[in-house]
Design a protein around this ligand. Structure first.
Ligand code: FRU
Length: 494
């Protein structure tokens, strides 16, 4: 019976997607090489996995509207992380445990087992006594059509934990055992709860793997755990930490006790529009992460869904990034090399001296392009380096590299007449001879990677095609760039 309803709901939603797809043909803000849904609303990346020779992206999706609502899991596959084929919706709300109208099938992850693809997700419901979140399982033989496990939910919130804040299971395998970490809240503090299972269906609670004592916020959304080199990483999107919306901890895991001990903490991205990243390992052995290129913060009271809402879509994914561990146990987040295949109109300059006169750094049409600037700090006297991006002379996004005060700022106050605010982060300069800045501009986003991909700001910018001037200038002295290399980037999405 319930199996039938799930299939019916998927059929119904598929019709909706097919009828609305045409509406976005004229959307001028659609991204050119960042992943998006076919139409409608998209938020977190879910179930990222390299399965049977293809990258699978699932995503929080409301196909019925361009705003958040009853969540489905959209699904697409790719061979290169750039060109995507959309598959039928994988999960639709259909059961008593996952059919909340303002919820549905929340975030989760994927794993291969016994020749099947398993999805573990959060079901949300209300049995008449408030919002209830539980962990649920679905599986598929072909990696396309998913059946929900008849004994769902497989995990409910432990005694003393808020059932309304118990979500986003991330599953992995270690030494022949499956483990899962879930975000939870107790006494107004964030907890990461660890579970284990032999078969992905019967789960045993192990321990509080990591927790906040106030310093890490009151809830971890989308926790993710992985090993890199001989270290382990726990990353999450904390609630209640203000500007810090994407934190990583590096340390060691004790599988006997289920405790994670961290020694290093850092930010994945300081921008307004980077949230809920999920990681996975691909066939090349790379640990990749993909984040949602939006954030809840700019949707005041959930009533403003941004300029693309009128174009029948909202939300894209940030560029997939490869995670690398540095000798001091901090992490780098490097745009995947696949992006190089989109390059056109190469422009290479060496030894560029810049003063207050702006120097053009763009390539291609100045809308979809990348630019890498290597600043020689020893030969630079300037106090500030200023990047004016996606400018028409009037509207522009401005990145300040404040060399005097060691700060990086992304200013969106004049980006597009709609976006607001500045993101700020420390910019580590000591012990460095070179400061490298690598930026990617797409139709409605700018991602700036600084300091060896360790200080990153991703922000959406709803700029028109006429905003295509991109320059660098130096204030309070001269800036010497050992190189400025730029490329136009071809369209990959439709
Ligand atoms: C993070 C999040 C998750 C939740 C999902 C709902 O952006 O709030 O915690 O599962 O989005 O769409």
């Amino acid at each position: 019976m319930s199996k039938t309803l799930h299939l019916e709901n998927i059929k119904k939603v598929q019709k909706e997607i097919d009828s609305k797809k045409v509406l976005i043909k004229n959307a001028v803000m659609r991204q050119r090489y960042h992943f998006m849904a076919e139409e409608g609303w998209l938020n977190d990346p879910n179930g990222l996995i390299f399965f049977r020779g293809k990258y699978h992206f699932f995503y929080q999706h409301n196909p019925y509207n361009s705003f958040w609502g009853a969540m489905h899991w959209g699904h697409a596959v790719s061979e290169d992380l750039l060109h995507w084929e959309y598959l039928p919706v994988a999960l639709a709300p259909s059961e008593a445990y996952d059919d909340h109208k303002e919820g549905g099938c929340f975030s989760g992850s994927a794993i291969e087992h016994d020749g099947k693809l398993f999805l573990i997700y959060t079901g949300t419901t209300n049995y008449g006594d408030g919002f209830v979140q539980t962990q649920c399982v679905a599986y598929s033989e072909d990696g396309i059509h998913f059946e929900k496990y008849e004994k769902n939910p497989v995990i409910t919130a432990p005694e003393g934990y808020e059932p309304a804040n118990f979500r986003d299971p991330k599953v992995w395998e270690h030494d022949g055992m499956f483990y899962l970490v879930c975000g939870a809240k107790k006494d107004n503090l964030a907890k990461a709860l660890l579970y284990r299972s032999k078969n992905l269906l019967d789960w045993e609670y192990v321990n509080v793997m990591a927790e906040s004592r106030g310093e890490l916020g009151y809830m971890f959304e989308c926790p993710d755990f992985f090993q890199i080199g001989d270290k382990c990483v726990l990353m999450f999107s904390p609630m209640g930490l203000h500007e810090r919306t994407c934190v990583y901890l590096v340390g060691d895991m004790d599988y006997n006790t289920g405790k994670f001990y961290h020694t290093t903490m850092g930010e994945i991205d300081w921008g307004f529009d980077y949230y809920a990243p999920q990681s996975f390992l691909d066939a090349k052995g790379r640990r990749l992460i993909v984040g949602w290129a939006n954030a809840w913060d700019w949707m005041p009271f959930w009533k403003d869904w941004g300029p693309t809402y009128k174009e029948n879509w909202c939300g894209s994914f940030a560029i997939p990034r490869e995670v690398r561990l540095m000798p001091d146990n901090t992490l780098q987040f490097i745009p995947v090399e696949e992006l190089k295949s989109l390059r056109t109109d190469e422009r290479i300059r060496y030894g560029v001296e810049v003063e207050s006169e702006p120097v053009d750094i763009s390539a291609g049409d100045g809308v979809a392009y990348e630019s890498r600037l290597v600043l020689d700090l020893e030969r630079t006297t300037a106090e500030k380096v200023v990047l004016e991006l996606r400018s028409d002379g009037d509207l522009k996004s401005v990145v300040y590299l404040d060399l005097k005060h060691g700060q990086m700022t992304f200013d969106r106050n004049h980006s597009d007449g709609w976006s607001r605010g500045q993101t700020k982060s420390p910019l580590k300069l000591m012990d460095k001879k070179l400061l490298d800045i690598h930026l990617f501009s797409d139709q409605s986003s700018i991602e700036v990677f600084g300091s060896q991909y360790q200080t990153n700001h991703s922000c959406n910018v709803f700029a028109s095609d006429a905003q295509n001037k991109n320059t660098v200038q130096a204030l309070g002295g001269q800036a010497y760039f050992s190189s400025i290399i730029s490329y136009g980037l071809e369209r990959a999405i439709r």
